[in-house]
Every structure is written in C-alpha cells, then in structure tokens.
Design a protein around this ligand. Sequence first.
Ligand SMILES: [Zn+2]
Length: 480
Amino acid sequence: MLSQEETSKLKIGLEIHVQLTNLKTKLFCPCPSDYRGKKPNENVCPICLGLPGTLPQVNSKAIESAIAVCLAFKAKVQPYVAFSRKNYFYPDMNKNYQITQYDKAGGATIGIGGHVTISMDGERREIPFRRIQLEEDPGRLVHVEKGSVRKTYIDYNRAGIALVEVVTEPVMHQPKEARLVLEKIQTTLEHLGVLDPSFEGSMRCDANVSYAGGARIEIKNINSFREVEQALRFEELRLAYLPKLESNVTKRWGEKEGVTATSREKETEEDYRYFPEPDIPPILVDEKLVERIRRHLPELPDERLERFIRAYKLPEKLASILVMEKPVADFFEEALQFSNDPKEVAYWLTNEVVRRWRECDVDCRKSKFKPRNLAKLVNMVKEGALTPRMAKSVLWDVVLTGEDVEEYIERKGISIIRDPNMFKQVILKVLEEKPNLRENASKNERIIDFICGEVQKKLDGRADPIILRNEVKKLVEEED
Ligand SMILES: [Zn+2]
C-alpha cells in the first residue's frame, strides 16, 4: 500500500467503451447487432466489411441513444456533430481506419464534459468527463492454439457495432476509485436502457496511469472491473518503486499472470492522422430532439438512491449498494410487494443473497430465486417462525435452486425449537463443559449471550432466541 502522499501523485484516467446493446442494427449499416453466438462472419455486409465504393449511413437511433447518454451524465450535447477517420493498420479493422469522433481536426464529438458521482469512504466525489463520443466497434480476433500450431481468425460480426466512448479526466488517485466510477457508469447506462451488462464484452475499458508527472502508461482492453482495479494496483506499485519510464507505453493486462506487459510504444494522436470522415456529412442536432429525449429520461441511479433513502428510510450506504446494480434494485422493489419491511429485505438481499450469487457466479438477472421468496423468508424471521441463523442456512440452498422457502422447510423438516426442557439439558451441558462460565454469568449479559450462542451451535441455530435466553437466565440464577 502506498501512503496518502504517494497516492495523491498517482493520476488515473479511463476510456470506457460501451456497446449500445439496445440497438437492433449496427452503426452504419443494416446488419443485425446480435452477433453473439452467431457463426463467424455471418452478420456482415459490404459496408461493415469496408469494401471500396460503399457508403456508411448513420443509424439515427444510435445518435438518439448517445444523446441520452450525454444527458444522463449531464454532458453538453453539441449542436453540430461530425465523424472523423482514425487511421491505423490492424487486422480487426479491415478498412484500415475506424470511423469515430474527435474533438480536433474538424471533428466534433456528440458530448462535451459531464460527470459521474461516486461515494467513497463515506464521501461523495464528482469525477469529470472530458468528452463522450460515438464510434464503431472493430472486429474480433480469435486466437486458436492446437498443439504447436497457433492461428488467429478474424470475425467481423462485431465490426460496426455502435459504441459510446466515455473519456474521463485523469483525476482519480486510487484504483478503487476507478472501479467505483466504472460501476456507476454501468448502472447508469443500464437504468437508461442502452446497455445490458450481461452481454459478454459489452463494456470494456482502457486505463491510463501516471505517477508524479512521469510517463503515461495505457493499459488496454481490460474486461472486468475487478481486473481494472488489479491492473491499476500493479501499475501503482511499479510506478512508485521502479525507475521512471523514458516514454509513454501501451500495456496489456495479463489476467492469468496478474501483471501488465508492454505491448508497444504508445502511439501519439498524430500517429492516427485524424481527418474529417468524407463519407458522412456533419449532423445538426435539433434542440427539440434533445429536449424530447431529456423529458423521457427514466429514473437514474442518483434519483433512485434519493428515493430509496426518502421513501424506504434506508441508510445511504445500504441504498447505494442496492442501486449500484439495477437488477438488485429491481429485485428489492419487487420483494417489497410481498413484505412491508424495506430495511430487513434490503439487509437480507445485500448481505446474504447477493453474497451467495457472487460466490457461485450466478448472474442475478438469470437467478431462479425470486423476490417473492425472499420476502417470504424475511416475513418468517419477523414472525419468529425461523431464527436468523436458520434463515441463513435455508437461503444458502434456495438462492441456487429457487425452491419455495416454505416447501423447502417442510421437506427438510426444519422447525424452530421452543421446548424449555430441551434447552435445559443443553444449557447444563454447556455449563458442565465450561465451568468458569457459571461464576459471573448472572451479573454479565455478555456471558449470557455467549452461553446462548453455544447452545445455538449445538442445536443448529434452531432455538427460539427469546425462550432460550429466559431459560439461560433462569438456570444461571438458580446456580447462584
Ligand atoms: Zn453490415
């Protein structure tokens, strides 16, 4: 770990590429955008293959979605938008240029500025954006290794898919901050309805890092937020403790190896020879269109957070965990149709259910466990039909199988124990095993708690906590 002073010398900026998964077709041609699971090079046409003599045609829905993205992040939508050509030679881009947007050389990106708000260590922070732009996704290289033979195939199904790129200012100082920014951008775009993050590779990120004003390192194409944080932690330490780099470099994050490796000297912007895209005339953005999109913006995470705090009286921390993932927030609100205790539902959802989903790598969008089932369980704990410990162990199974909580309990013959005589035997056994507990128990509530805990362990957490506690007190006082 770096000290606070060292951390403040670290500067992190992000370039986030998000596929507009709400679109049915690609950015400049009528090819379908659902390329996943398709045969290689099935969703292609002369336009997205970049054949000579073809003309790109801008998908107006992509422009509208990008305007919505700008408005969601409070970026200024430009009245005049122009595409640019970014020239480079690489097999995933068969035209040898990418149609993108650029804020210089005659180009104009769709959005300028904007920001995202995160809360870190109990404080809210605004991370400003430099620009928001619209561009086409390149094709996909597929590397195949059979024995000693290595081959690379190219699949152009992804070529031409509409991407929105968000470029942040390099103002983050900690890897964790970068992860929070990515999570917040993801949940905002999902609330907006333009991104389905469960689509593999729909949100990708390049990160640039510099330390104490030294050379800039760019880490390319990191797939998960956890990896972004790990890659940045690695660079943070390397930059602080190893000799300074001579020049800017581009690096690749090795997920398996857990290190970054230099892939090439970083290109400068001049290397790309940007110039205005001659095949697409500049677009004038109608102010009325922008206003119409603004009026139809759905509820976004920041507003939803405020509503959760206000309407359900949730603590801010709990409410922000819920809205960080739209499906989790949706699950929560659906469960409230069957329970009138928002705090308990939120607690059980974020602490137990989400934890179990993560542990087993379950996508909560596809979970068999339904909100009504969670509400049932929470109600049973409230009514005293289950102890919290029993409820946890029930959840452990049903979160994965989706079995009805009541049916599960009946099938397993699980029931709460309320018989004081049964408790008496177990309490006496605990006191026999640990004779020193007897001495001060009657004067010390914490020892009583401890004895209750020991009894619960022996009874698989099935003892009614109130009856058990009374029984422990009664016996301890008798002992005196
Ligand atoms: Zn096409």
